[in-house]
Design a protein around this ligand. Structure first.
Ligand SMILES: Nc1nc2c(ncn2[C@@H]2O[C@H](COP(=O)(O)OP(=O)(O)O)[C@@H](O)[C@H]2O)c(=O)[nH]1
Ligand SMILES: [Mg+2]
Length: 197
């Protein structure tokens, strides 16, 4: 099935799992820390800089943001976790929402877990990968902001990271830069192949 990623629209915001849209089409979920580049990836995939708000202030998004991609699937952009700049109460509220998302009974067709290639994985990242490995949910590991490194540095980083993180044997790992638009075609193809191939 061909998917026109440019035909991506904002669909809705849900500040609780009850407000999530009906599951009439498949759903992929973006998870990861605030500021890792989730909104930028939505914009990068759809080639539309104005679609998702790219925030300089991490922790702003406190709802699941749904995008409808060419009427073929949803992207659910989860609130980022692990950022303490907002009040404690807010932090707990939105990290709960992200946490509940995976156990609320929604059918999730694919998880993209994003991590910044420059940083050591956080405890949440390690926990998330452990959860994904145990849950049997299909997932891709997406390392963001790869424009910050040379090709050689990237390979070195990837080696280090694969020792720190427990990727599933057949885990799909992608190196992307939303800024330089590298790795996005491979990622799009893999998403479409996974959902409709
Ligand atoms: N250099 C670089 N910066 C990026 C990239 N993707 C996102 N950023 C920056 O990282 C910050 C957070 O991005 P955003 O998409 O809002 O992250 P989110 O909180 O996960 O949605 C912004 O300042 C972006 O410009 C990338 O591929 N390369
Ligand atoms: Mg965002």
């Amino acid at each position: 099935m061909g998917v026109n990623f440019r035909n991506t629209i904002f669909f809705k915001l849900a500040s609780s799992v009850d407000a999530c849209p009906p599951q009439d089409i498949p759903e992929i979920v973006f998870s990861g820390k605030s500021n890792v580049g989730k909104s930028s990836l939505v914009n990068g995939l759809s080639d539309n800089k104005r679609l998702a708000r790219v925030s300089q202030t991490p922790g702003k998004t406190q709802a699941v943001v749904y995008f409808n991609v060419d009427k073929k699937f949803y992207i659910a952009d989860l609130p980022g976790y692990g950022y303490a700049k907002t009040s404690k109460e807010k932090k707990e509220k939105f990290s709960k929402l992200a946490e509940n998302y995976f156990t609320c009974g929604r059918k999730i067709d694919l998880v993209l877990h994003l991590m910044d290639i420059r940083h050591r994985p956080s405890a949440e990242d390690v926990g998330m990968l452990e959860f994904l490995n145990n849950s049997g949910l299909p997932y891709f590991v997406v390392f963001t902001k790869c424009d910050k490194f040379s090709r050689q540095q990237l390979n070195k980083r990837l080696n280090e990271l694969s020792q720190e993180l427990n990727f599933d044997d057949d885990a799909n790992v992608f190196l992307i830069s939303s800024e330089k638009k590298t790795g996005l075609e491979d990622l799009k193809n893999a998403i479409v192949e996974h959902l409709f191939g």
